[in-house]
Design a protein around this ligand. Structure first.
Ligand code: SAH
Length: 463
């Protein structure tokens, strides 16, 4: 460690040692931590410091001096500037290894887990026959903005900014989703409908939201507007109706100065209020506001593993907390001929979907409640208790109050499905200190080409 104070625009050579949570390379310059987008572990790189904070800085990759054997040429022409795929320059085998290592590192460093005591199942990647780690996404939210000439353009924001990188074809999206975007853009241009401009808070169309059901091909489109009406709406509808599967069209009004995409008002303008998809032999109705996993092929593997870890006898009571539209709940309910499932979810529309989905599939042993898991669980303890608890929280992990309630209730098993290994590890540490033991772990790659990773864990009560 030296006393050198790194400053903006200084250049240096470093060795990349690790990948950060968004797939950025991490290295050190005389003990000072630098984050470098696009750099891979094992590489010697020349970087320029762009932002120097007290304990760490962000640097731009200027030159790869010694490339990693796993470096590949990105398939997408905008993979550098676009903030979406952060690992396209890493071979798919390399991505899987990096993700698995990330889960291992978090569990050992943050969670204090002794991995020799844990059954570790190898990461599930998109490596099966007929599988490809491309064109997998079933949902997109493309921002629409104005170019220099005031014309509407569609694309994705550059990493950490609101600068639009134009692209009408995203290689991880299903091709039909790209087709929708092309049609919408064509309509906006021809019709002279304005795109939103953040600086002035003017212009009409903010986002194009598209969701496509993998199994049925049903297609939902929602335009998010900084206004109440879409001029020439019927022309857009006519164009979208030519795309097979299109069956639901919404407008959402969002006039706030906010990063939140959907407005509070979401109005069905044409077709069905939801689309239907299938996972295994369960059919699901999905509203625009509801969470639904974005990688349908990997979702099947993820849920199958969660069910496998739960290892149900068939007569248990199971809580499925953070249940969304009841995806995991209904899978569990089918495996419980003499048992039952209680799902808890905070978004009212998702709870409505979950209830309807139970009916749709003739499942009568699953009930759903709307509310924050941490609040509803404390009430549930008094009423039903649980033998098994499944949790699938958003990135911030479980609320401390919820962990406390779960431990006090003392289910035999906790199946933790996580989309952030760092908060998973934090929660595993707490659960291990409070009488649970981490037994099994499996990572699943839900986001090929991106940096995130999903993990399923089994924790059992110590006897
Ligand atoms: N298990 C579902 C959903 C997982 S995503 C699936 O696999 O599809 C996480 C879900 O938790 C989202 O539906 C989100 O709306 C919900 N959520 C977020 N915070 C919550 C809270 N405090 N209590 C209950 N649900 C919450």
């Amino acid at each position: 460690m030296t006393d050198h104070q790194w400053k903006k625009n200084e250049e240096t050579e470093i060795l990349i040692e690790d990948l950060g949570k968004d797939g950025e390379g991490i290295g050190h310059a005389d003990g000072y931590t630098l984050f470098v987008r696009g750099a891979l572990p094992g590489e010697r790189v020349r970087v320029r410091i762009m932002k120097a904070k007290k304990n760490m800085g962000f640097a731009r990759l200027m030159e790869v001096l010694a490339p990693s054997e796993d470096r590949t040429r990105p398939a997408c022409p905008v993979s550098g500037p676009c903030g979406g795929c952060t690992l396209q320059h890493l071979s798919y085998a390399g991505q899987l290894l990096a993700k698995e290592n990330k889960v291992k590192n978090c569990l050992t460093r943050i969670g204090g887990v002794d991995l020799s005591q844990v059954e570790w199942l190898p990461i599930q990647g998109m490596t099966g026959e007929m599988e490809e780690p491309w064109s997998y996404r079933n949902k997109a939210q493309f921002p629409v903005r104005q170019d220099d000439k005031g014309q509407p353009v569609v694309g994705f924001f550059a990493s950490g900014s609101h600068r639009l990188v134009p692209t009408e074809e995203c290689l991880i999206q299903h091709p039909v989703i790209n087709q929708v975007v092309e049609r919408v853009l064509e309509f906006l241009t021809r019709q002279g409908v304005t795109a939103y401009e953040e600086g002035t808070h003017r212009g009409l169309v903010r986002h194009i939201f598209v969701r496509r059901a993998y199994f049925t091909g049903q297609l939902m489109v929602c335009l998010v507007l900084n206004g109440n009406k879409l001029p020439g709406e019927e022309k857009l509808l006519a164009s979208l109706q030519e795309i097979p599967g299109f069956c639901s069209f919404y407008l959402s009004v969002n006039r706030e100065k906010t990063n939140v995409i959907m407005g509070k008002k979401v109005e069905l303008r044409w077709g069905n209020p939801f689309i239907e998809d299938k996972i295994g032999d369960v059919t699901y109705q999905i509203s625009p506001q509801s969470f639904y996993q974005v990688n349908p092929i990997q979702t099947q593997k993820l849920y199958a593993r969660a069910l496998d870890f739960a290892d149900l006898r068939g007569d248990e009571t199971v809580w499925d907390l953070y249940c969304g539209i009841g995806t995991i709940s209904l899978f569990l309910a089918k495996a419980l001929p003499e048992g039952r499932v209680v799902g808890v979810e905070i978004v009212p529309e998702a709870v409505e979907n979950a209830k309807a989905n139970a009916v749709l599939n003739g499942i009568s042993n699953a009930t759903f409640r709307c509310g924050a898991a941490e609040d509803v669980a404390s009430d549930l303890v008094k009423e039903v208790g649980a033998d098994v608890v499944v949790v699938d929280p958003p990135r911030k992990g479980c609320d401390a109050k919820l962990l406390d309630t779960m431990v006090k209730m003392g289910p035999e098993k906790i199946v933790y499905v996580s989309c952030d290994p760092a908060t998973l590890a934090r929660d595993v540490k707490i659960l291990q200190e409070m009488g649970y033991r981490l037994k099994k772990v499996q990572a699943t790659d839900m986001f090929p080409q991106g940096g995130h990773v999903e993990t399923v864990c089994l924790l059992t009560r110590k006897v």
